[in-house]
Design a protein around this ligand. Structure first.
Ligand SMILES: [Zn+2]
Length: 312
């Protein structure tokens, strides 16, 4: 019996797509909560950004986690209830929070004592809120992705985190969303919707390229696409574009998973053995630890010059 090419294509499609689609998983993490506001601190604006993000999490089944800098909860030295309410919105809607230090310190420029004090200072409000909402508060994200310039500096930090009930939360899809976000916000304050749109569209293209870049790095290192961890920031750009971005990830076959679940991928147990003054993706760290050099890292998508210029 002869099968028509059409029937064969249908068969191949039926067999192939589910196998590809089921493997791809991603955890979406947002840093610098409550909001990266670029000076626009009206409570209505901050609330709108937060609500839009949460709306997208709900719509796309994204069990997102937000990493908080508690310093941003204070206004003129006093706790600001409107800012605390933004964190409550996350928790009320079932989204977890994590520690990102109190004041966004760079571990490479701070003593161990000062840095760890900042971690403890950064959990005061969040622990209370998490308890109130029956949520856990157990993950830590390093500001600037600085984990220590040497193995011993990194080891002492991970020991400290462990002793205080924290797990470090690596990032695999690193990117410069903050440059796009700053440019976007400036255009927003100038009422320049044409430029906002241009930046938004460029951001989506760039983020899709970044996804492909890190997927291919994962394939080269692990022979498979590991569970990916995406780093974003809580800003207006992501409030406006996370739905489009989630649609892109979905079209690439991704489902969205929690911070706890992403870390169950054994890839994250792989130790890092090369250190430097880096704030980079863990895929880069694992590659460097395996002795990969220049050529291996080729093709990393760059932020367009016009975005960098606008973000200045
Ligand atoms: Zn940060």
């Amino acid at each position: 019996m002869k099968s028509s090419p059409f029937i064969l294509t249908v068969f191949a499609t039926l067999l192939f797509i589910p196998i590809q689609a089921q493997e791809k998983e991603m955890c979406i993490t947002l840093d610098d909560l409550p909001v990266v506001s670029y000076g626009t601190n009206e409570p209505d604006f901050l609330r709108e950004v937060t609500k839009k993000l949460i709306h997208t999490f709900d719509e796309f089944d994204i069990p997102a986690i937000g990493y908080v800098n508690e310093r941003k909860l204070y206004k003129k030295g006093r706790l600001d209830s409107a800012s605390i309410q933004l964190l409550e919105l996350w928790l009320e809607n079932g989204y977890e929070l994590g520690n990102h230090t109190y004041s966004h310190k760079n571990y490479h420029k701070t003593s161990f004592e000062e840095y760890t004090e900042d971690i403890i200072k950064g959990e005061v409000i969040c622990r209370q809120l998490a308890e109130k909402h029956n949520a856990e508060f157990r993950f830590f994200r390093h500001p600037y992705l600085r984990i220590g310039r040497t193995k011993s500096r990194h080891d002492s930090l991970t020991n400290f985190l462990m002793q205080h009930g924290y797990t470090e939360a690596p990032v695999t899809i690193d990117n410069e969303d903050y440059l796009f976000a700053k440019a976007y916000h400036l255009a927003y304050t100038q009422g320049d919707s044409a430029t906002m749109k241009k930046i938004g569209q460029s951001y989506l293209r760039y983020m899709e390229e970044k996804l492909l870049y890190y997927e291919s790095m994962s394939e080269k290192l692990w022979g498979r696409n590991i569970r990916q961890t995406l780093l974003l920031h809580a800003n207006l750009l992501n409030a406006d574009y996370l739905d489009d971005l989630a649609e892109i990830y979905r079209s690439h076959g991704y489902t969205f998973i929690s911070q706890a679940k992403v870390l169950k991928d054994p890839a994250y147990d792989e130790p890092v053995s090369k250190y430097g003054d880096w704030g980079i993706s863990w895929l880069d760290r694992w590659a460097l630890s395996q002795g990969k050099k220049g050529e291996f890292f080729r093709g990393d998508p760059a932020t367009p010059a016009f975005v960098k210029e606008l973000a200045k």
